[in-house]
Design a protein. Sequence first.
Length: 290
Amino acid sequence: MRSRTRQVGYAAAVLVLVLGCWELVKLLVPERGVSIGDQRILPRTGDGALPHVWSVVTVLGERDGGGTVGATLMRTAGFTLGLALLALVLGTVVGVLLAVLMQRFAWIERGLLPYIIVSQTVPLIALAPLVAGWGGKIVIAGEPWRPWMSIAVIASYLAFFPVAVGMLRGLQSPSKASVELLRSYSASWWETLLHLRFPAAVPHLLPALRLAAAASVIGAVVAEISTGTAGGIGRQIIVFAQQATGDAARLYAAVLAAALLGVVVTALVGLIELALRRYTHPAGSAGEPR
């Protein structure tokens, strides 16, 4: 509990520091920015480019359509949060299955792992229209492919990578002596996986899940923008960007709301970490057979 309190305190201190630097830039940098010749080295700080912190907060109460800006951001953020969580689940399942296959068969690891790494170099903005186009031709149980399904698939494409790599490293972490001990007990490969390799992989999996959580939110936001799907925070950022002619407060509020989604999803992963804390002991103890 004391460690958790310190973490929360550090996070709050960093937030205060960032907001302080934000206002310090507003105070010290000229509104037109700083340029050397034709090259701007410091950005503009007028309200159209960098609003005050309190402007971003107060804009949440402004009217937007039938409600307020804050209500709009809550609604759209909830839509994106659901898709990010779905993408995280899909990415985790795919990543764990791939890791188990690569651990079981060395030839699959040698042949597949390089392509898993290369897959992350494909620009998401180029992949999104392809997934949306392919999905439009798919019918599942008589139901047509929905735009939100494309977003979930695209976001899970980012989420599966850290899970696959982290889980593979964890599955390979038990010592040869531990594996041989279970073999001496006539344990099958499946029993070794359940009782030795899976527990040993937990300390490696949890950091990977935190990375996957952030990646799922990024993927969902970028996919909403790339596919033009309405209803989510990604599309709302575009709407507010088009409105930010004289005051960028709404745009910054939407961007910060998207950032907070990453915090929420990562916090949910933290709950999983609490549930698995018995396996998160220092290296060497988690993977030993009991």
